[in-house]
Design a protein around this ligand. Structure first.
Ligand SMILES: Cc1ncc(COP(=O)(O)O)c(C=O)c1O
Length: 421
């Protein structure tokens, strides 16, 4: 693989931003994405983002040039890889405003991160009659782990309602919160509607009731600047693959004192202090939560993805996607048989339905026009029930999308309407 350039150093702190903060012009990054052929409108970034060349190169170099295990090897290659791995942890910490790299736990993805908090924190601290606050729009990943731990501990789940335009209704939630609530777990950005939570207010409300706040940041981290310290949350989770990084790697951020008090979820190598058959003691966080050989190259890919989005500027990405959402919603609202879901200021995601046509048919016909959208329940069946549908069609944007994709989407939907009369 001598055609690949050497590993770029992983920056420890936020580098100078090339950002065009606040401006909504086309980012024009399509050329960075080799898996998007000309003429294909990829509008399924909320499911998973395409990968830019620097991320692909970082992964290729990780396997082809610098590969070794971490934290164990006594040889130089492994020591170097350990340095790169831990530099990526620092990079991730600075990316989301964590106070210390030890607060960053590498996991397989957001799903595993929420399960970890539910099993480890919830299994230790929840008592019968304690309450967990979720919302109607949560992804199944932020519902099912809580149901599982509620069943185990005797805790009870409450569900905050939505406003008419599809935001979590924080006024209603405030009225529902009691001193029995121990944790509030909410999507920072809804994967189905794109609605953005007022996370700072959610943190204040949770804390006023004596509860913690976990934010599911899967759809927020690729779309807007996130600073967990400024938001005031207690746990924050996201998956690298939605941030232009690889699958199989994600992040749990937890406040240091909370992680310190939590037992491990998995036992095995790398998470121990000392093992005997009589008694085993555990390493401090984050190692306590990272049993087994980690996804070494995935972590390098995550760091490259962070470098990539910060090179563009999260403010510029937010402005770009905001403009695409506004344009799409305005074009769709001009079609009289289309129903729009979610708020006008949604982040990067537009859910809709074409009257009389199942979303799966919408998706299939759009695919014939080389437009890739998601159709289904978006792992948010309670939200679908709330909306009175069993599925929606969803277009979601990334840095590679531009007005040409919206034009292709609208032309495709007009074709759907012609086919279905
Ligand atoms: C809001 C939200 N939460 C959680 C998840 C689960 O992420 P993963 O499947 O990467 O663990 C997703 C993915 O669709 C999501 O959009």
């Amino acid at each position: 693989m001598d055609t690949l350039p050497p590993h770029p150093p992983i920056a420890d702190a936020k580098g100078p931003s090339l950002s065009r903060e606040g401006r909504g012009e086309a980012l024009d990054r399509l050329a960075d994405f080799p898996a998007i052929p000309a003429g294909w409108a990829y509008l399924d970034t909320a499911a998973t983002a395409q990968k830019p060349r620097p991320v692909i190169d970082a992964i290729a170099r990780g396997y082809a040039e610098t590969y070794a295990t971490v934290h164990r090897g006594v040889y130089q290659r492994s020591a170097d890889m350990t340095l790169a791995f831990e530099a990526a942890r620092r990079r991730t910490a600075s990316f989301i405003g964590a106070r210390a790299p030890e607060e960053i736990v590498f996991v397989r993805g957001a799903t595993e991160a929420i399960n970890l908090v539910a099993q480890s924190w919830g299994g230790t601290f929840l008592r019968p009659g304690d309450r967990i606050m979720l919302s109607v729009l949560e992804h199944h990943s932020n519902i099912v782990p809580w149901q599982m731990i509620a069943d185990r501990t005797g805790a009870v789940i409450d569900v905050a309602p939505l406003t008419h335009d599809g935001r979590i209704d924080l006024d209603a939630m405030a009225a529902m919160l009691t001193e029995r609530h121990r944790i509030v777990a909410l999507a920072h950005v809804s994967n189905a509607l794109g609605s953005v939570l007022d996370a700072r207010r959610a943190a204040d409300l949770a804390h006023a009731a004596g509860a913690l706040l976990l934010l599911d940041g899967c759809q927020a981290v690729p779309r807007m600047p996130v600073d967990v310290t400024a938001l005031g949350c207690d746990f924050y989770v996201f998956s690298a693959h939605k941030l232009y990084g690889p699958t199989g790697i994600g992040v749990l951020w937890g406040r240091g004192d909370l992680l310190d008090a939590m037992p491990p979820m998995h036992g095995g190598g790398a998470m121990i202090d000392k093992v005997t058959f009589e008694k085993t003691t555990f390493a401090p966080p984050p190692a306590r939560f990272e049993a087994g050989t980690p996804h070494v190259v995935g972590v390098l890919g995550l760091a490259a993805a962070i470098d990539y989005v910060e090179g563009i500027g999260l403010g510029a990405i937010a402005a770009h996607e905001g403009a695409l959402v506004r344009e799409t919603r305005s074009a769709l609202s001009g079609l009289n048989s289309v129903r729009l879901f979610g708020p006008d200021d949604a982040a990067g995601i537009v859910s809709f339905a074409v009257e009389g046509v199942h979303p799966h048919d919408v998706g299939t016909i759009l695919d014939e026009s080389r437009v890739a959208i998601r159709a289904g329940h978006h792992c948010a069946q309670p939200l679908m029930a709330h909306l009175g549908v069993d599925a929606t069609a969803r277009a979601s944007f990334g840095v590679y999308n531009g007005p040409q994709d919206i034009a292709a989407l609208i032309a495709g939907i007009e074709r759907v309407r012609r086919i279905f009369g």
